[in-house]
Ligand binder design. Sequence first.
Ligand SMILES: [Mg+2]
Length: 230
Amino acid sequence: MTANIQGILFDKDGTLFGFSDTWADWSVSFLTSLSPEDHKLRLAMAEMVGFDWDAKDFIPGSVSVNASVDEQCVLLASVHPELDAKAIEKIAFTALQDTTAIPVCDLDPLFTDFKNRGMALGIATNDFEQSAVNQMQGENVHHHFDFICGFDSGYTPKPEADMILGFCEQMKLKPSQVAMIGDSSHDLEAGRNAGVGLNVGVLTGPAKHKDIEHLADIVLPDITMLPGLF
Ligand SMILES: [Mg+2]
């Protein structure tokens, strides 16, 4: 099943970086900056995107876990009395620059290993492309990647197949030669829609095994187990 794989496309949050650690803190400060005074509005926005304000954590399978940034901004704007989706998107991007993402493992040896095996490597995130680039540069692993795309890179976001097909096109690979690695049902639905050769779920995001196993060819605890597959 895996002998044919020549390219690996990773989701970012919950896959390369711990989801809750990084994003729960960010969500609290982001929603606070959208509504510094009005706690009721903050709660309404949190509910709209599936963030549990009291627990300061994400509701598995919710919009905040799966959807792209621009989709979430549209939802937030629908309850915000003053800001439209574009204004909210700007605030989101600014807030992201202060976020410190925590990688799920030492990323450099892992990606070096894959590159040494001749694999093409990519990232397909529903976050901003520039955030992904900045994060990979911050970890000093940017040079391993042949392809990095976000919701704003011109592809239809996951769960559509578009980002994966874009990776295939640029790398001159067939979907059957690509492995999609992700923590959420959106990632694995995208993999299915694209017809990837291997669809791998990881459990470093909010989703539980039962939430993603029906979409994955295999579910691993985390990306450190990947080299054993190839
Ligand atoms: Mg994810």
